[in-house]
Design a protein around this ligand. Sequence first.
Ligand code: AMP
Length: 249
Amino acid sequence: MKVVVPVKRVVDHNVKIRVRTDGSGVDLSNVKMSMNPFDEIAVEEAVRLKEAGAVDEIIAVTVGSAQAQDVLRTALAMGADRAILIKSEGPVEPLDVAKLLKGVVVAEAPRLVLLGKQAIDDDANQTGQMLSALLGWSQATFASQVALNGDHAQVTREVDGGLQVIDVSLPTIVTVDLRLNDPRYASLPNIIKAKKKPIEEKGPADYGVNVDARLKILRTEEPAARAPGIKVGSIPELVEKLKNEACVL
Ligand code: AMP
């Protein structure tokens, strides 16, 4: 069984982001970029399914600039077999990413697509759901456990206040949540081996998709600076401050 894992290159999650002075977006100059953390979890899950014998081939896909090759190399070093770079300069909106992924799915015929639940740069949480709609496939979102069982998958989902277990028929789209697994670090030999694994280059035109923007970001703002904390001298003073000064949520 083939699995497709879309991975996005985003600002590394450890970087404190800076907003451009004109408010037009996040300043990306000289900023460390990495694979979207939820996508690392998706790659890890695909590799574990392959190690368990449930999956034969893992194809990592990214939509991005030539530099996005680095996240494909990371996926290959973690255990993906081959990769596809759909080259496009500038941001591509989730609906267009979903249309491009649909093109990959039609060409590759996987039984499972494992995506991150959201990209930490746009926080859209849309691509997996849109891909499911475009393909007419079942979907299981916010997965914290995935078990393949013949033509079905049992997926435990993180929902408000607890867990929900659902059964979906394959082929299916699964979007993964934080607690699904702890992604591995690629070993040095695997990083070297990954350099020899193939990356196929495509463009949006190969899939007949127009990626012109429909959405314009009007303003980006940093969160308001927080007031520094204070030390109180006694419990009555703390209670008094909680009553009269702390903001009520
Ligand atoms: P989003 O809907 O933008 O929050 O992204 C959800 C998931 O879709 C991500 O975690 C990725 O798995 C996938 N995805 C979004 N954008 C891209 C992209 N440019 N290239 C590859 N995968 C993407």
